[in-house]
Each structure stands twice: as C-alpha cells, then as structure tokens.
Design a protein around this ligand. Structure first.
Ligand code: ADP
Length: 201
C-alpha cells in the first residue's frame, strides 16, 4: 500500500497552500473537505440521506446542502450533530479510501482538518504532518480571507484542537509562521523524504 501522509492544521494555518505545492511536486492530494463539499453539492451522493434525516429546511432550491441552516440545526445540539456525522463521515471516509486506492503517485497527501479529533483517521495515515503557525496569524489570515470578525474566527478556533495538542501528535511539522516564500522549501524537503519512504515501502 502506498504511504498516506495525513496533513492537518488549524483553520488558516496554510493546509491548502501546502497541499497545492505537494500536488505541484507530483504527490496525489486527497482533500476530505473537498469530498464533503462534493457529497453535499446539488445532487451530491449525501443529499438524499440528509434530506430524509433533517427535512427540506436544510436543502437549498438547487438541491445542495444549506450550510447555514445545517449549522443552526446542529449548533448546541449534540444529537443532531452526531446524526449529521453518522451520515457524512462514512461517506467521506469511503470516498477518500477509494481515491487513495486509485492514486497513481508514489504517495498520497490526505488533507484532514480535524485529524486529531478522529482516531480513525489517525490510524489510517502513515505519518501526521502538521502545518503550524501562531494563533494570532491564523486568525488574521482567516479574517482576511473570509471577512469574518475576530470573535467568530476565535470561536471556530476554540472548537478545534489546540496548537499544542496538534504539535504533540505531529511526526512532521511545517512552520508556516513566516512568509509564504518559506513554505515551498519546507514542502520540497518533505517531498524528498516521502519519496524515499515510498521507495522502501
Ligand atoms: P487552511 O487551508 O489551513 O485553512 P490556507 O492555505 O487556505 O489555510 O491559508 C489561509 C490564507 O492565508 C490563504 O488566503 C493563504 O493564501 C494565506 N497564507 C497561507 N500561508 C501564508 C503565509 N505563510 N503568509 C501569508 N499568507 C499565507
């Protein structure tokens, strides 16, 4: 089986930026967020089950998941959140597995924002690669990208694993606290390491 590297990091840490460089270098990138979006797009494979479980109120006119409505439905309701996850997570997992199994590159970078929070993903990956940056920078980047206010961004960050907890389980770390130009050489060095790893596995 080809090695699967689990790439994780807090919101705005630079996961997408790092994954794009890995892809450019020739790795296969499987992004669990992108899969989740596909499953919940109009006519997405999860939409029938979501409509049956949560009703028409969480479906937009064109048949996609109404994210704002869904957020409201699961906000502060652990049972509803568990129902949503029971539908979506196995589908995300199955599609990610399918893509990993059909990968043509020497190794796969599997982007999982909440890797720490899920034992199943941690067991699946050969190594955990954490994209790290100071929390103030993370918040500033997300605010610049999304237009959300500091309070909202801090609330999202507070719901995720802490920087310390992520670093504690990292096999490899990308320091993305500096300029964007410092990201590429770090990804290149890891790419060489993962190619070597793939060659002997
Ligand atoms: P994530 O996928 O972890 O949420 P992104 O890769 O989307 O994070 O990065 C968040 C935002 O910050 C993007 O707009 C990205 O272009 C920008 N960004 C990423 N790394 C840096 C960096 N080192 N310096 C400045 N901006 C960065």
């Amino acid at each position: 089986m080809i090695p699967v590297i689990g790439l994780t990091g807090g919101i705005g840490s630079g996961k997408s930026a790092a994954a794009a460089i890995f892809a450019e270098l020739g790795a296969d990138v499987v992004d669990t967020d992108a899969i989740a979006h596909e499953l919940t797009a109009p006519a997405g494979a999860a939409m029938a089950a979501l409509r049956a479980a949560f009703g028409d109120a969480v479906v937009t006119a064109d048949g996609a998941l109404d994210r704002a409505a869904m957020r409201r439905a699961v906000f502060a309701d652990a049972r509803q959140k568990a129902r949503l996850e029971a539908i979506l997570h196995p589908m995300i997992r199955a599609e990610a597995e399918r893509r990993c199994a059909t990968a043509a590159a020497p190794y796969v970078v599997l982007v999982v924002p909440l890797l720490l929070e899920s034992g199943a993903w941690r067991e699946r990956v050969r190594r955990v690669l954490v994209v790290d940056c100071p929390e103030a920078q993370q918040a500033a980047r997300v605010m610049a990208r999304s237009g959300l206010g500091e309070e909202e961004v801090r609330a999202i960050m507070a719901a995720q694993a802490s920087r310390e907890a992520r670093l504690a389980i990292a096999d490899d770390v990308i320091d993305n606290g500096g300029e964007l130009a410092r990201l590429r050489p770090q990804v290149e060095a890891l790419h060489r390491r993962y190619l070597e790893m793939a060659a002997v596995s």
